[in-house]
Design a protein around this ligand. Structure first.
Ligand SMILES: Cc1cc2nc3c(=O)[nH]c(=O)nc-3n(C[C@H](O)[C@H](O)[C@H](O)COP(=O)(O)OP(=O)(O)OC[C@H]3O[C@@H](n4cnc5c(N)ncnc54)[C@H](O)[C@@H]3O)c2cc1C
Length: 474
């Protein structure tokens, strides 16, 4: 059934729930929330609503469900898959009032938070108590926890500690019909029925609105060391990654930058990176000091055996931070090259990294494009990144073809179309490549069961669902 739109009468109902100042429908606010960090997608919502608590979220959703008004929950809009572009209009839901840390429970090692808390605030708050929340997406200073939960965000520490999914143990959510449900809890074990917590993590705002989350914490590792290994060829760097893990060492971080990225990063931050290196591995280990020392010595030995021409372990925290900066600024540095930056996250088994990077270089050459690659080597999660210009339609066609081939190659190597950025609208056309028709049909069945009126973030994940796309598609 088609959306009825927001009539004056419905608008009054929304305002009665959230109050006048939390309902915006000026052209300016609609424009501000018409796009996110993903290049090339834009569509105006009809209104922007900022509920103050779970009850208000529930009341708003009941109205939306009754009148088939699309709902796009939004954190900081840093997603890279067009996930918060309101392609069907409707309302954008903001969580600027629901942004508190509710509790840090040291006995149960949990933190309970509202959806709008920034990831970096969680990390800082728990570290002040000697505790550790490992998921650290590159965007952690600005991304929200609900955005992380809904994209199942990963980070630099994913290899050893896993991703957001591994730390979400309980949720409070509002279903599209306005029902408020709690899943999981402060529990190490819970097998009471279907695991809704896992289903909702990574659901990209298409199944429910997250209004509270219980996250698992760990004790803060005692110490951490950071090193940088430089290689003359890509295969050697990839071989070093496999060999480190085959030696039963799981580093906290094992990040990779190719030559094109090294050059751009050095030009941007000027920290003395060797621009002639074909590949860099940024390596971190944490834990008890004696184990960290032992592992870093072994990692250095392995890298040298695998033809690294230099391995440097930072002596001070400032030196370590400079090395980390090389990786953290990769995207910002690449974004300076051209008006549009297309960043993807094709992922392969880590043993296939060298083959995948080689294929990316060949595909870039075939389509006469610059594609720089960096990413989480330990996770096999690569970020082939193409500086381009959306105004150049001819080049954009080549970009689209090149990425389609990159995704196909990743799948051929046993990988996937996205390791951490989600499907959104951007990768919806490729979902079937990964899941097959039957897989997509099963996912649609789950969506239809929980959201029969398709009000939650419509047009996302499933290709061709959008009814009136106001989008320049990639
Ligand atoms: C510079 C940069 C670096 C990045 N680095 C990483 C990285 O290292 N790892 C990584 O995984 N990603 C990374 N990202 C992508 C992005 O930051 C993550 O996907 C992040 O989780 C998005 O958080 P957000 O608050 O911006 O959410 P948004 O972009 O606002 O939303 C993301 C999704 O969550 C849904 N959503 C938001 N709030 C709710 C809610 N309360 N209830 C239900 N659904 C909701 C939205 O509808 C949308 O589908 C990076 C992005 C940038 C720009």
């Amino acid at each position: 059934m088609l959306a009825q739109g927001i009539s004056e009468e419905i608008k009054k109902k929304f305002i009665a729930i959230v109050s006048q100042e939390n309902y915006e429908d000026t052209q300016t606010s609609r424009l501000v929330y018409s796009y996110d960090a993903t290049p090339n997608y834009q569509a105006l919502p009809e209104a922007v609503i900022s509920p103050r608590n779970t009850r208000e979220v529930s009341e708003v959703l009941k109205i939306c469900n009754e009148h088939r008004i699309p709902v796009v929950p939004r954190g900081s809009g840093t997603n890279l898959c067009g996930g918060t572009c309101p392609v069907e209009g409707g309302i954008v839901l903001l969580f600027k009032h629901m942004n508190k840390i509710l509790e840090i429970d040291e006995a149960n090692l949990t933190i309970t938070v509202q959806p709008g808390v920034l990831t970096g605030q969680i990390i800082q708050a728990v570290e002040a108590r000697g505790l550790f929340y490992p998921p650290d997406p590159g965007s952690m200073k600005i991304s929200t926890i609900a955005g992380n939960i809904n994209e199942n965000a990963g980070g630099l520490r994913g290899l050893k500690y896993g991703v957001t999914r591994d730390y979400v143990i309980g949720l409070e959510t509002v279903l599209p019909n306005g029902d408020i449900i709690r899943t999981g809890g402060k529990l190490a074990k819970d097998v009471a029925g279907y695991d809704f917590t896992r289903l909702f993590v990574g659901s990209e705002g298409t199944l429910c609105v997250v209004t509270e989350a219980i996250l698992k914490l760990l004790p803060l590792p005692e110490t951490k060391r950071t090193g940088l290994a430089l290689f003359r060829d890509l295969e050697s760097a990839a071989m070093a990654v496999s060999k480190i893990i085959a030696n039963k060492i799981i580093p906290a971080t094992l990040e990779f930058l190719d030559n094109a990225t090294i050059r751009v990063v050095e030009d941007y931050v000027k920290i003395g990176l060797p621009v002639h290196a074909e590949a860099i591995l940024l390596i971190e280990q944490d834990g008890p000091p004696e184990i960290v020392e032992r592992d870093m010595a072994k990692i250095t030995e392995i890298c040298m055996q695998e033809n690294a021409f230099s391995v440097e372990v930072a002596k001070t925290e400032q030196e370590a931070e400079a090395l980390r900066m090389a990786r953290r600024t990769a995207l910002s540095a690449l974004a300076r090259l051209a008006p549009t930056t297309i960043l993807e996250d094709a992922t392969v088994p880590r043993s296939e990294i060298a083959r995948m990077v080689k294929s990316i270089t060949e595909i870039a050459g075939k389509y006469n494009l610059t594609i720089c690659t960096f990413g989480h080597a330990g996770d096999g999660n690569l970020h082939p990144t193409c500086p381009t210009d959306i105004r150049n339609r001819e080049e954009m066609d080549r970009v689209e073809k090149a990425f389609e081939e990159i995704f196909a190659r990743a799948i051929e190597l046993g990988g996937t179309i996205t390791g951490e950025h989600g499907v959104g609208i951007m990768k919806a056309p490729y979902l079937e490549m990964k899941l097959g028709k039957e897989g997509v049909a099963a996912m649609r069945a789950v969506k239809a069961a929980l959201d029969p009126n398709n009000i939650m973030n419509p047009g996302k994940i499933f290709a061709g669902d959008s009814r009136n796309r106001v989008v320049v598609s990639r």
